[in-house]
Design a protein around this ligand. Structure first.
Ligand code: AMP
Length: 214
């Protein structure tokens, strides 16, 4: 069976970290719509230019842009045996697009990583990312040895423009309005598991594996 896992949850719940760890363990490719969009932004592609204002203000990029982008991505042969989705779908429209490409030969499962607003604001506003190797730090919980410098590669640590507190709060509101309805959508299909996003990574991964049985 083709395995498809959707990681659902508010910004900062750990979808990226969990997705990367599971992708390594299961040898499945990870698709992060946010990463693909940021890559487009950096390269100043047409998609990047259209998406910029939305990303920087914490709004969702319009469905037609994201759906087309993910449809194109999924045509690649590396996804034939399955994949893990981080940050997609984020609207009911996006979920419907995914339904169209999921058939009887796919084992589709959804994890909702749950966390409180205060926890998320703290995690995201203290998050710094190495611009060279992508390693993630937290200024209080996982600080670098030398301020502003990556322990691993010596790269410069950056803050995502949308991790500033005001934008984080907007992202949380947008999440509640537009993405949270997907919890009900997938719960009704009987393929959803709710997992604590505030615990340590090892426990979170073991809970997920208990549910998927992959
Ligand atoms: P993320 O890295 O998942 O937090 O995404 C960062 C930003 O990219 C979001 O705040 C949105 O502006 C945009 N984005 C990422 N994925 C989607 C999506 N599936 N639909 C709409 N916008 C998205």
């Amino acid at each position: 069976m083709k395995k498809v896992l959707i990681l659902l949850g508010p910004p900062g719940a750990g979808k990226g970290t969990v997705g990367n760890a599971l992708a390594d363990e299961w040898e499945l490719p990870l698709i992060s719509s946010g990463d693909i969009l940021r890559e487009n932004l950096k390269k100043k592609t047409e998609i990047g230019n259209k998406a910029k204002q939305y990303i920087e203000s914490g709004e969702l990029v319009p469905d037609e842009i994201v759906i087309e982008m993910i449809e194109q991505e999924l045509k690649k042969t590396i996804y034939i045996n399955g994949f893990i989705l981080d940050g997609f779908p984020r609207t009911v429209n996006q979920a419907k697009m995914l339904d169209r490409i999921v058939d009887n030969s796919t084992d589709l499962k959804v994890i909702y990583l749950k966390a409180d607003d205060d926890f998320l604001v703290n995690r995201l506003s203290n998050r710094r990312i190495c611009e060279k190797c992508g390693k993630i730090y937290h200024l209080i919980n996982i600080p670098p040895i030398k301020e502003g410098i990556c322990d691993i590669c010596g790269g410069k640590l950056m803050q995502r423009v949308d991790d500033r507190e005001d934008v984080v709060r907007r992202r949380l509101t947008v999440y509640k309005e537009q993405t949270a309805p997907l919890i009900e959508y997938y719960r009704n299909q009987g393929i959803l598991s709710i997992i604590n996003g505030e615990g340590n990574l090892r426990d979170t991964l073991s809970e997920i594996k208990k549910f998927t049985k992959w």
